[in-house]
Design a binder for this molecule. Structure first.
Ligand code: ZN
Length: 285
């Protein structure tokens, strides 16, 4: 895949990190809406971590959005750098609110496939905990999934989907790409409700850039040892439900109050107490 050019980063209020829900679709082109307008497409930006993946820049009414298909590993780019590229661009664009979506496996035995969950917490079992942009902040991970954005996501999901919607829960993050073994799923029981690979390090990077972050997750398979699932079910969900997920994301953006944020997300990013260390390091460099 060749990169033809890089361009100036446009100002955007919203970021969307697409997952398996919108990956198969031409989001937001697949979603009806007279207020949706594509402003620019196929935007690759230069970042300190390499050339970014392609972004699409669009507007929903008066609101501006940068969307990227984050899911999927690009050869020659580490997962950590891919995440840094995306969040470096979001920061440069002035993004204040970030929505994520993706398919997940079940851990909680009460869940079925085709349930939605808007989690309110996470458990990072990945090995990538040092992924940051510049590390200048102390990141308090209380209410890491923004209550204000979650509220808007829940309302939009209820409006569009008449199946089961779980409005809280814990997302366990693993490295992938492979799925979890029965022993790993058994270990997560009681600690998490769903398992996937797309919330970390994104949730840390969002806090680092001072943006709100929340996600919408659709269960596409059962955790091993819970119930046998079929690849056919998963691929049907992947292709059939993408436009619904896209509609929910757009509706969420429409519903979020345009005025200032009322959450604590920005104030939970503190100045580091290790400032002297950082100053010395940068003086050396
Ligand atoms: Zn927030």
């Amino acid at each position: 895949m060749g990169v033809e050019h890089t361009v100036e980063i446009p100002r955007a209020e919203y970021g969307i990190v697409g997952g398996s829900g919108t990956l198969s679709s031409d989001f937001p082109m697949n979603v009806q809406g007279e207020d949706v307008k594509i402003e620019a497409d196929g935007l690759h930006f230069e970042t300190p971590y390499g050339i970014s993946p392609a972004f699409r820049f669009f507007s929903v009414g008066e609101k501006t959005v940068l969307t990227v298909k984050m899911h999927g590993w690009r050869s020659g780019v580490t997962r950590a750098d891919a995440s840094r590229q995306v969040f470096w661009v979001f920061r440069a664009a002035g993004v204040k609110r970030i929505l994520s979506e993706g398919g997940v496996g079940t851990v909680n035995r009460l869940l079925d496939i085709r349930d939605f969950m808007i989690p309110d917490d996470y458990l990072d079992m990945s090995m990538r905990k040092d992924v940051m942009l510049d590390g200048r902040y102390l990141l308090v991970m209380r209410d890491a999934l923004c209550p204000e954005l979650r509220k808007a996501l829940i309302a939009a999901t209820k409006k569009r989907f008449d199946g089961r919607i779980f409005t809280r829960g814990t997302y366990a993050v693993t490295d992938g790409r492979h799925f979890e073994s029965p022993a790993e799923v058994a270990m997560l029981h009681g600690h998490a409700d769903i398992v996937g690979q797309s919330m970390c390090p994104e949730v840390y990077l969002a806090r680092e850039i001072g943006a709100c972050y929340a996600g919408l997750y659709f269960t596409v398979n059962y955790g091993e040892g819970i119930k046998v699932w079929s690849h056919e079910d998963m691929s049907n969900i992947f292709y059939d439900d993408a436009s619904m997920i896209g509609e929910i994301l757009l509706e969420t953006i429409r519903n979020v109050p345009a005025e200032d944020r009322h959450c604590e997300c920005l104030s939970l990013r503190k100045e580091t107490l290790l400032k002297d260390v950082y100053n010395k390091e940068s003086a050396k460099g």
